[in-house]
Design a protein around this ligand. Structure first.
Ligand code: ZN
Length: 417
């Protein structure tokens, strides 16, 4: 009896031990990996620097394949390897690091269930193809893209043409240096680089550099012929693009190149661009990724600014935004033209949302903006659905809705809304 009992206890213990071992093994296998690598980060004064950081949630010991992001080159399905050439691995590491930071922000700060349950995303760097809703990638020869970034919606694929379904993806274009002299747009090459940079902001997200330059040529010609609207649009964009200007520091970490004579944008190495694109993904349950509008770009910029969490950047936004910046070249009252796609990247809406956050206070303001997405759509007009959405959201989220709405309305009225 005693022996049988001892045996049973022994047997139970052994079973438990085996189970525990199995459990532990599985746990070890499922545990995500970490890796220390150099990436581009920001200093306290928001300057770029190369810093060693820890990449988390990796599921591969050799490549940039994680639980939430897989970084690939161009059209490839294979994750970029840690030992790939620096120009690839450094960009992959920087994108991976800041995407992880942006994802954590949405889950921890604004408690986004949508982001927490988003399927793993494929991130393409050095990818030049245009986006095709049916074919995923447009033909290689069709206007290759440089110096920008793009978030694309998921697609069903096209079985008959061998196009597999794909999930939501972020694409970072390769950088291409353009000498300012070669822009040949009515003396533009001699202008302050900052002016050009501000104007260039319009092409981020949905436009190519080529289209941007073509538009500049048209705009500059129109300016000369006295077309008031176009001239005004150009003046206004000088104050815009605050996020971009803050992100662009005339520094290329790989070649260590500083230059005012050349234009390029290495989008996978600019934290604020990475945050902006991820914000599009995080808002995409309500703001569909079809085209650029003032609303969708303003919302993405707002969260890019929050994730960057830089006092220096916040100061700049406060000072220079065209909505109410004290030192903006030209403060701009609301104009009907802001609703048009061409003006989607001007910072009027960004400045407006930033100001509302300041009225409500940091913590309440952030939650407010994320809730706001439920009350608006990509096509929301500023004066119509966006303002209505802001007021309805305040009814639900603000601590003192009556007082807060009055304060918000007062700020809006000052800008002609
Ligand atoms: Zn965008």
């Amino acid at each position: 009896m005693q022996t049988r009992k001892t045996l049973r206890v022994y047997f139970n213990m052994k079973t438990k031990l085996i189970l525990l071992t199995l459990l532990f093994t599985n746990f070890t296998l499922a545990q995500s990996l970490e890796r220390r690598l150099e990436v581009v980060t920001r200093t306290e004064s928001n300057k770029p620097r190369v810093e060693e950081v820890v990449l988390t949630d990796l599921i591969s010991a050799e490549s940039f394949d994680g639980e939430y992001f897989k970084i690939v080159k161009g059209k490839s399905d294979e994750a970029i390897r840690f030992d790939d050439p620096e120009e690839l691995s450094f960009r992959a590491a920087t994108a991976y690091y800041h995407l992880t930071k942006a994802r954590t922000y949405f889950i921890q700060k604004v408690k986004s269930d949508y982001v927490a349950t988003l399927p793993k995303m494929v991130i393409r760097i050095e990818h030049t193809n245009q986006f095709s809703e049916l074919g995923h990638f447009a033909h290689d020869n069709l206007g290759p893209q440089f110096n920008n970034a793009l978030t694309v919606p998921a697609g069903k694929g096209l079985a008959s043409k061998g196009v597999k379904p794909w999930g939501m993806e972020i694409w970072f274009r390769p950088m291409k240096r353009v000498h300012l002299r070669d822009l040949k747009t009515n003396n533009l090459g001699n202008q302050e680089f900052q002016v050009l940079m501000s104007r260039f902001r319009n092409q981020i997200h949905m436009q190519s550099l080529q289209r941007f330059i073509t538009q500049l040529v048209i705009a500059v010609t129109a300016e000369a012929s006295g077309d008031i609207l176009t001239t005004d649009a150009l003046v206004r964009t000088v104050g815009a693009s605050l996020i971009m200007e803050a992100g662009y520091q005339f520094y290329e970490p790989i070649s260590k190149l500083f230059s005012r004579k050349w234009y390029w944008l290495d989008s996978a190495l600019v934290p604020e661009i990475i945050y902006h694109e991820y914000a599009h993904a995080a808002l995409s349950d309500q703001l569909v990724l079809s085209h650029s509008t003032a609303t969708i770009e303003g919302m993405a910029d707002f969260f890019a600014g929050q994730i960057a969490n830089s006092p220096k950047l916040a100061k700049k936004i406060k000072k220079y935004n065209t909505f109410n910046g004290k030192d903006a070249t030209k403060k701009q009252d609301y104009m009907l033209q802001f609703e048009a796609t061409e003006y989607a990247n001007t910072d009027f809406v960004f400045g407006m949302l930033w100001e509302i956050k300041n009225i409500l206070g940091q913590e309440q303001g952030e939650v407010f903006m994320y809730e706001l997405r439920k009350k608006i759509t990509t096509n929301a007009s500023i004066r119509g659905q966006l303002i209505e959405g802001i007021l309805t959201t305040c009814d639900e989220v603000c601590e003192t809705p009556f007082v807060d709405k009055l304060r918000i309305l007062k700020a809006l009225n000052l800008r002609g809304i």
